[in-house]
Design a binder for this molecule. Sequence first.
Ligand SMILES: NC(=O)c1ccc[n+]([C@@H]2O[C@H](COP(=O)([O-])OP(=O)(O)OC[C@H]3O[C@@H](n4cnc5c(N)ncnc54)[C@H](OP(=O)(O)O)[C@@H]3O)[C@@H](O)[C@H]2O)c1
Length: 497
Amino acid sequence: MFPRFLDVPPDPCIIIILGASGDLTSRKLIPELFSLHRKGGLPERFQIVGCARSPMTTEQFRTALADSLHNVTDETQGWEQFSTRIHYRELIYDSGESYTELAGFLQELDADHRTEGNRIFYLALPMFLYGTTAQLLGEAGLSSQKSGGTGWSRIVVEKPYGSDRASAAELDTTIHRYFDEKQIFRIDHYLAKETVQNLLMFRFANAIFEPLWNRNYIDHVDIIACESLGVEKRAGYYEKSGVFRDMFQNHMMQLLALTAMEPPNRFETDPVHDEKVKVFRSLRPISEDGVFENVVLGQYGPGMVNGKKVRGYRDEDGVDPQSLTPTYGSMRVFIDNWRWKDVPFYLTSGKRLASKLTRISIRFKDVPVSMFGGVLEEGITANVLTLGIHPEERITLKFQTKNPGSKVCLRSVTMDFNYLQGYAGTVLAAYEKALLDCMHGDRMLFWHSEGIDLTWEFIEPVINQCEMCSDRVERLKPYEAGSWGPAEAAELKSRMG
Ligand SMILES: NC(=O)c1ccc[n+]([C@@H]2O[C@H](COP(=O)([O-])OP(=O)(O)OC[C@H]3O[C@@H](n4cnc5c(N)ncnc54)[C@H](OP(=O)(O)O)[C@@H]3O)[C@@H](O)[C@H]2O)c1
């Protein structure tokens, strides 16, 4: 008997995690697979193989994962039984022989556990290893979809997908040599968040919002994804990436597409993907000379976050003390189509901000004429619809009412819907949902090749200008950790009047 959140049980399979000694595996992948197991969402015939260079036995691997699990959750009942499904294999990432040995081991597991030759290869590795790994998996015969209806092979690729348009295209060419597009799952865990998925339901399953969802009624849109965390242990990656590669090319572009896209004719992978791609194609290009008309950059200094003193970015371990890497970006984007022409979308993301917050706010236009002109002391505040993704999974609508009493004065009130209100069923965390979709072969919540290329094409001139302009030092505005970013970000909006 399968739980209600599963319409169809996933096929038996083995998930092979490459780079399994790393942070992502211990902090996200294993805890969320374990959580799926506890919810009854995994197939009965299911095995996990962790692979990495670090010398370790399966027992040591299981112990290390159990220790990490305790840092993530108190709910560890059932771990002993679950951990018997976990195995560890040493793997040299650039050695063909190592992959041949892995192929042999997977065959043995298939025979022992009747996993039917179905495999998911999860690349939890630094990006520079993605191409080599895909190639050697292919050369070891591990990418082939066997005929006869059994035995599928899928590859999950983590972000970042390339560091610019050319490297993303090169990676695509390499992976496509061995895996078809339908076998490739480019993960963006933002897309698997319940409230992000809810955006499409909210827009297209209600008749009252869509007629207003355009340039005639909407003044501007704010999309914000802020973190209170700093760079943590990922300085090596972040120093090269910065906020635009880390957040804008992927998560911010997806949130933008879901907010702006036309209704797909069916709620299926290809129609949804096609509508997103049309948004990416309609993005007004930002020329290199126009970048600083539309972009504000920042880098966090020391400050207080959640009552604790924290270091500035340049003092973090592994960061160059002279670093010019932006940890904050705010960007004005236009979509040149009939629905959105000249409506600014402000995209903002940064580290070490006042709190962790992700939300989309739709600010409607002011009323055209106020009949209260001579009576009210203040103007009328515009309506704002806010789609909260984190921490508050809620939808709110701000509107005006009369204040009780004899004096004519307005007050803003908020209609408020909490996403989990009235729901007592299972909720899946983002990686749980993404892993489950991958087991089902459902690619709707994953990036497709064309979207990756178009978003890199759009963002690349911005990154180039930010990294190569002659006044780079002056362009990078310092902000205090625990604040809401550099004061200059507010100017982006005031420039529009
Ligand atoms: N951590 C996150 O929260 C997160 C979130 C989103 C995306 N990602 C992406 O997911 C991937 C994995 O993330 P992660 O944080 O787990 O990475 P990680 O801890 O830095 O690396 C994973 C494993 O890769 C191997 N490795 C690291 N550097 C290497 C090098 N220079 N040469 C060869 N092998 C090396 C190491 O294993 P061995 O030395 O044992 O082989 C390491 O344990 C990355 O691409 C990252 O950008 C991570």
